[in-house]
Design a protein around this ligand. Structure first.
Ligand SMILES: CC(C)(COP(=O)(O)OP(=O)(O)OC[C@H]1O[C@@H](n2cnc3c(N)ncnc32)[C@H](O)[C@@H]1OP(=O)(O)O)[C@@H](O)C(=O)NCCC(=O)NCCS
Length: 209
């Protein structure tokens, strides 16, 4: 099991080079302090639609600085996708090892007991020109690998997924997430909770005899 400090001290633990279908290679790696400028460029370039689906405190240099300053200081692990050889950041993949009382209450209502020993939150954002090209799915096995290395066995969506975001819902479904329930956002819109359980499915009792 890796700690956030160990990952920050040696980002190579979680660094992988990926071949995309017909595009440049991308490097999957932890966010580092040196990324502030490129991360600001990534945030600033997100379209209004992407900002509606993936909400950040801001989309500028100050927010990029905050995210880089938070490395190994709180409960968050942020990874990026860096396009090679341009070094442009084309994706931000966020994990939180913390759960909110709201998450815990919503999942409890659906009959699921969340715990910080087993569960983490996850939220992906790709640059607009990288969406819908299979890159999210390419990265999906690495998301489960990181989750396991963090010592967690279930992933819930960070803040859920908006019901009017069919691409993200399809993306989660095809990568093994199951719908858990629906909830209403503060603005009255509808979102879905979804969860990926990485624990092995038990054999049906009849097959064991
Ligand atoms: C959500 C996100 C990470 C998914 O990654 P991705 O690389 O775009 O996803 P993929 O291309 O691997 O898969 C998308 C799937 O949705 C399908 N899809 C695309 N547009 C769709 C639409 N309008 N309706 C239904 N399905 C759609 C694709 O065909 C593909 O499914 P398929 O392989 O069965 O054909 C990425 O699109 C993204 O960053 N979106 C903006 C931010 C966001 O919504 N983040 C999630 C917040 S909860």
């Amino acid at each position: 099991m890796l700690t956030l400090t160990e990952i920050a001290e040696n980002p190579l633990y979680l660094t992988r080079r990926l071949k995309t279908h017909g595009g440049p290679d991308v490097i999957f790696r932890p966010l580092t302090h040196a990324d502030t400028g490129h991360l600001a460029g990534f945030l600033a370039a997100l379209s209004p639609e992407s900002r509606r689906f993936s909400t950040f405190d801001g989309y500028d240099l100050a927010t990029a600085r905050e995210l880089c300053d938070a490395i190994a200081r709180y409960d968050k692990l942020r990874l990026v996708l860096e396009e090679a050889p341009s070094s442009r950041i084309v994706g931000l993949l966020e994990f939180s090892l913390d759960l909110t009382p709201e998450d815990i209450a919503r999942y409890r209502d659906a009959g699921i007991h969340l715990a910080e020993t087993t569960d983490c939150r996850f939220g992906p954002t790709l640059a607009d020109d990288y969406q819908g090209r299979g890159v999210g799915t390419l990265v999906s096995p690495l998301i489960t690998e990181v989750t396991r290395l963090l010592g967690r066995t279930r992933i819930i969506l960070w803040g859920g997924v908006r019901a009017d975001n069919p691409r993200a819902i399809r993306y989660y479904e095809k990568n093994g997430f199951q719908p858990v329930g629906r909830f209403t956002e503060a603005d009255g819109s509808l979102s879905l909770d979804m969860m990926l359980d990485l624990r092995p499915v038990p054999e049906p009792a009849g097959l064991l005899t």
